[in-house]
Design a protein around this ligand. Structure first.
Ligand code: FAD
Length: 445
């Protein structure tokens, strides 16, 4: 028998139930389809490069087992069917994903494959598959704490060994002539780097996670999110290792993986929340193009906000605390629609994914699952608490690098020449807070 193993955002050889199942056949053809609808116009160059690096690494990992990765470009359903016909595969294996787009892709594939069988694996992208644990009377958990309690108590699946050998069907060489395929000159990141990063995190970082994760300048988080997003690292193995470590730091870290699963099970049940409010409110968001531009460019005049926004562009990543501060600033201080913020993050974040991005944005904007939807973060107090000596601001806002700790978070109190071209605040924080609360209380509440 011959199977096609369709990779999507599960770009790993180890602990991959989709690949392990496909590899039980006599012959297996691993495939990745570059879907221009997903990438075009929405991905910054860094995201596309990271995907290339992950594909190169996956190809190398598959070659070590005797296989190789076929990469095609186009409509995934058409390309999968085309390849399945070329190699006369009886079966196609695919990991189930939670977005509306992934759902419709899966349904179209079932129809288009005809007599070929599609096997869908729902235990690849998360520790606990969406829908596996449910509250009474609902198809998903809407509140994190009870979800987390059940998540910890659930029996997780066992890890799956990597296939020992992959055998391509005779004549599969034809499938290799693809200009968009992985190239040798791309640095390998992906699974190899993700696994190495995991090892060093478990050895040296995780135990201090509870104390350090909110310190903006400390680099005290795992930075595994891009690898988790593309599945180069197995969330299940990571959660199992954190649980086995047994320290407070490891438990706090595992809790973040539960947040990831939580948002995935919300999106799986409510795919509309990628665009629509989870809890509809009567917000009339500000149509403030200048404010949105200043926010995107890191030119709002509020140093902690600008540091976060500049880190995003420089690194394709932003510290979680900075995501909370910049998100609250956009949606509650400027009162701009969370969807504009989510789009910008999605373009730049290497870890940008629909479940985590949209539902965290909704959480921040107070349209999602936050049980205190109208709290407004004060960026000055946040800065003083989470960047107490100003090191984070100095790193990303060089105009302010010369300022003392007392001034670095509030440079507008200084004479203009000492600000070295750094802008004055585009908004009065106190007035903005009052305006937001009045609008919310006058609206749906
Ligand atoms: P760690 O602190 O080391 O946490 C480990 C892992 O847990 C992360 O890699 C991530 O997979 C998961 N995790 C941590 N916090 C959260 C959370 N709040 N929700 C869901 N999963 C979490 N995370 C994304 O992966 N993709 C996104 O597109 C994304 N967009 C966000 C947008 C906003 C407005 C906010 C407030 C948060 C967003 N997050 C997103 C969540 C979080 O900020 C990142 O996962 C985290 O900063 C990644 O860094 P890390 O790997 O060092 O995290």
């Amino acid at each position: 028998t011959t199977t096609v193993a369709v990779f999507t955002r599960d770009l790993r050889v180890h602990d991959n139930p989709m690949l392990a199942a496909a590899a039980r056949a006599d012959h297996v053809v691993p495939l990745f389809v570059r879907d221009r609808r997903v990438e075009n116009g929405t991905f910054a160059a860094g995201r596309a490069r990271f995907l290339d690096q992950c594909l190169t690494d996956l190809d190398a990992g598959l070659r070590e087992l005797g296989g190789r990765l076929v990469v095609r470009s186009g409509d995934p359903v058409e390309e999968i069917c085309r390849l399945a016909a070329e190699v006369d595969a009886e079966r196609v294996h695919l990991s189930r994903d939670v977005s509306a787009y992934a759902g419709s892709r899966e349904r179209s594939l079932v129809a288009a494959l005809g007599r070929r069988v599609l096997h869908v694996h729902d235990d690849v992208h998360t520790v606990v598959p969406p829908g596996r644990i449910l509250p009474q009377g609902n198809d998903h958990f809407a509140v994190f704490t009870p979800y987390h309690r059940r998540w910890i108590a659930t029996r997780w699946r066992d890890p799956v060994p990597a296939p020992r050998h992959l055998s391509l069907p005779p004549g599969a060489g034809r499938t290799d002539t693809n200009p968009d395929g992985p190239t040798a000159d791309v640095e390998r990141r992906g699974e190899t780097a993700g696994v190495a990063r995991t090892r060093s995190w478990l050895d040296t970082g995780i135990d201090a996670y509870e104390q350090r994760h909110d310190d903006l300048a400390a680099d005290g988080t795992s930075r595994l999110s891009p690898y988790l997003h593309l599945g180069c690292v197995s969330p299940l193995l990571l959660a199992r290792r954190a649980a086995a470590a047994g320290t407070d730091g490891a438990a706090a870290f595992a809790r973040q993986l539960a947040w990831r699963d939580f948002h995935h099970q919300v999106l799986a049940a409510r795919p509309d929340t990628a665009h629509a409010d989870y809890r509809p409110r009567a917000d009339r968001w500000n149509d403030d193009a200048d404010g949105l531009d200043a926010w995107r460019e890191g030119q709002t005049g509020i140093p902690i906000v600008d540091a976060g926004m500049r880190q995003l562009r420089a690194e394709g990543w932003m510290h979680n605390r900075a995501r909370l501060i910049t998100g609250s600033f956009l949606t509650k201080t400027l009162y701009i629609d969370w969807r504009a913020g989510a789009r910008h993050f999605f373009t730049w974040l290497l870890d940008g994914d629909i479940a985590n991005n949209c539902l965290n944005w909704q959480w921040v904007a107070g349209t999602g699952t936050d049980t205190r939807p109208n709290r407004v973060l004060n960026p000055i107090r946040q800065a003083q608490r989470y960047d107490p000596d100003g090191a984070y601001v100095r790193r990303y806002v060089p105009e302010l690098a010369h300022l003392s700790t007392a001034d670095v978070h509030q440079p507008w109190r200084l004479p203009e020449r000492e600000r070295r071209g750094y802008p004055a605040p585009i908004v009065d924080l106190a007035e903005a807070r009052t305006r937001f609360l009045a609008a919310r209380h006058g609206g749906a509440g």
